[in-house]
Design a protein around this ligand. Sequence first.
Ligand SMILES: Nc1ncnc2c1ncn2[C@@H]1O[C@H](COP(=O)(O)OP(=O)(O)OP(=O)(O)O)[C@@H](O)[C@H]1O
Length: 292
Amino acid sequence: MTFGTDMMTSNTTGDTLLKVEHLSMKFGGLMAINDLSFEARRGEITALIGPNGAGKTTVFNCITGFYKPTMGMITLRQRDGKEHLLERLNDFEITKSAKVARTFQNIRLFSGLTVLENLLVAQHNALMKASGYTILGLLGLPAYRNAAKAAIDKASYWLEKAELIDRADDPAGDLPYGAQRRLEIARAMCTGPELLCLDEPAAGLNPRESAALNTLLYAIRDEGVSILLIEHDMSVVMEISDHVVVLEYGQKISDGTPDHVKNDPKVIAAYLGVEDDEVEEVIAVELEGGDH
Ligand SMILES: Nc1ncnc2c1ncn2[C@@H]1O[C@H](COP(=O)(O)OP(=O)(O)OP(=O)(O)O)[C@@H](O)[C@H]1O
């Protein structure tokens, strides 16, 4: 059973899902993103990394409609071939029509509602549609009863994947931090996204929580849903990503597999905070230091 989307076909894995072209975002005199282009493929985990202030969150905010880019195109191509130009849509349309879901750096759950209720609230739109938006519909229509059952089934499915099924009836605010993070991701999955954007999902997690997060992310990818994530923890990025895009000062400096990126002198220079032509020297010094 899969709940990623109704129209999943395995032969579409590897197609381009998201295409960012010549994206720029200016805040007053500051060019936070400068002519950035990259792609994210269907059914893959793409990581967006870079030093503090590189522009990662700004890219997320442009993709998810929180910012209107100064220039550039962001195209999302759905499984059925329908294309959405995200820079022309508002955040609500991006979630509902383009099927892009996101989580934030800070947790945003309904902490007084139970774990299950948090996942049902995420399916509110589908439930209201099935009710015909009438009280009679809510009370009697078979369509509503079927939709309510489907919503509970979908919630249970993602609670299992997030290792939270035993906590379904507990208030979300009572969960440990790592479990709250997984609940947020499960909630996003209940909206049936094709692209899931995660802003630093592993921040503050202990190793056990981090492993549970990875298991959940792999389960999502196995459904054919693409993940775009910002992450500071390099061990997480290198372990789980299929594809890594590296930003520095709003520009792309590297793009490829984790292995390609981690050996790219430009990336090493950006993380060590040195100029490109000093990289070899600095790496030699680091290695020498490591020998002592
Ligand atoms: N709303 C805004 N108004 C003005 N400047 C902004 C705004 N949002 C971001 N910036 C600036 O744009 C640049 C990129 O910021 P952004 O938060 O996208 O970087 P980041 O790579 O996500 O950083 P971090 O890893 O620290 O979260 C920074 O110089 C930041 O100060």
